[in-house]
Design a protein around this ligand. Structure first.
Ligand SMILES: [Zn+2]
Ligand SMILES: [Zn+2]
Length: 364
């Protein structure tokens, strides 16, 4: 005899789910760890891999040389600027003294002094010439520095172009790398998913189904969610396509299953009522009684107020009562006990009044 306590049934269901979820959780953690490790198999491409190092080193050397030259010229320019300051000062002093002298001469004026005017003007001219020379020197050196800077810029542009080329090469390599990593992951996760599907098909009725369910949940999680952060842009196509295929397969399977079940039920109803009565399991009978339905065809056996299928003569006595035979398939539902004569549900093993077996074959 089956032990059929409802509370126990509920508890065991809960325990089954807990087992499934626990196993699923650990499997997910393990697979995440595994996927992380698998990723290390492939090195992420770096820019350095694609750079022409000899070229860049050479250009950097050139820049260094130009920089030394620029520094040298700048020092020289600073000297020139300092000298120029002195020269400017000298000229300004000489000019002032000449002007003062000329002013004084105008007032005290003497024609004999023309010679001296000339010599003094010449002296001032010398100062002026020196000043101009140094100015020119400054202009020249500024030009040289400008040219060197231009040279440096040109080299920098070359280095920049080389780097840019290396970046683009790397972008291409990363796309390849992503695809490779994704395929490696898919290689791991696809068999996991397929095995999960196989478990659903084969082991639904298995004693250890909760463990299988744990694995099945994990396999679906791994494919549809675990793979997501690693999917390159086109990965969505694979995920949705597999999802669509699975939905269709499950849909077809479920529809066929339901259809087959209905067909079988129809076939069963064609068999004689006594044959059918023998096939009713105690468990089914219990559920059927709870839900006041026929254990064979599943229809309600309580007569409703609006039900006209029962004779109209004695309405009051038929309201809310049950019928001894199913009105839809003819199965016997209630019968009298052979020992005490009280009414009993015909598909349970013992009489509710005296405990005598009412179903010989079920009461063992
Ligand atoms: Zn029935
Ligand atoms: Zn009895």
């Amino acid at each position: 005899m089956e032990f059929n306590n409802k509370k126990l049934e509920k508890t065991s269901k809960l325990i089954n789910y807990v087992i499934a979820i626990l196993l699923c959780g650990f499997l997910i953690s393990l697979s995440n760890k595994l996927i992380d490790d698998v990723d290390q198999w492939e090195e992420m491409p770096t820019v350095e891999q694609f750079e022409n190092h000899t070229f860049i080193d050479k250009k950097n050397d050139e820049i260094k040389k130009v920089n030394t030259k620029i520094q040298h010229k700048q020092e020289k320019r600073l000297n020139i600027q300092n000298t120029l300051k002195i020269v400017n000062n000298n000229y300004a002093n000489a000019k002032r003294s000449y002007d003062n002298w000329l002013e004084a001469r105008k007032t005290v004026g003497s024609p004999n002094e023309d010679k001296e005017v000339l010599s003094r003007a010449n002296e001032l001219d010398e100062y002026y010439k020196t000043q101009q020379e140094w100015r020119e020197e400054l202009i020249i050196i500024n030009g040289e520095i400008k040219k060197l800077n231009q040279e440096k810029n040109e080299i920098e542009v070359l280095i920049y172009q080389e780097n840019e080329r290396a970046y683009q090469e790397r972008e291409k390599a990363i796309r390849k790398y992503d695809l490779k990593v994704f395929l490696i992951r898919l290689l791991f996760i696809l068999p996991i998913l397929l095995l999960g599907i196989y478990f659903i098909i084969k082991f639904r009725k298995h004693k250890y189904w909760p463990l299988f369910l744990g694995y099945v949940l994990f396999s679906f999680y791994a494919f549809f969610f675990g793979l997501v952060p690693y999917l390159p842009s086109y990965g969505g196509y694979i995920r949705y396509t597999v999802g669509i295929i699975l939905s269709i397969l499950f849909g077809v399977y479920a529809i066929n299953k339901i259809k087959a079940f209905i067909e079988q039920k129809k076939k069963e109803l064609k068999v004689s009522t006594t044959e059918r009565a023998k096939k009713v399991q105690t468990e089914t009978a219990e559920k059927a009684l709870d839900n006041h339905m026929c254990p064979s065809c599943g229809k309600d056996f309580i007569v409703k107020k609006w039900d006209k299928s029962v004779s109209n003569k004695d309405k009051t006595s038929t309201y809310g009562v049950v019928t001894n035979f199913c009105r839809f398939c003819g199965l016997e539902l209630f019968k009298k006990c052979n020992n005490c004569g009280s009414e009993n549900f015909a598909h349970l093993p013992f009489c509710s009044n005296c405990g005598d077996p009412i179903n010989e074959e079920k009461a063992h």
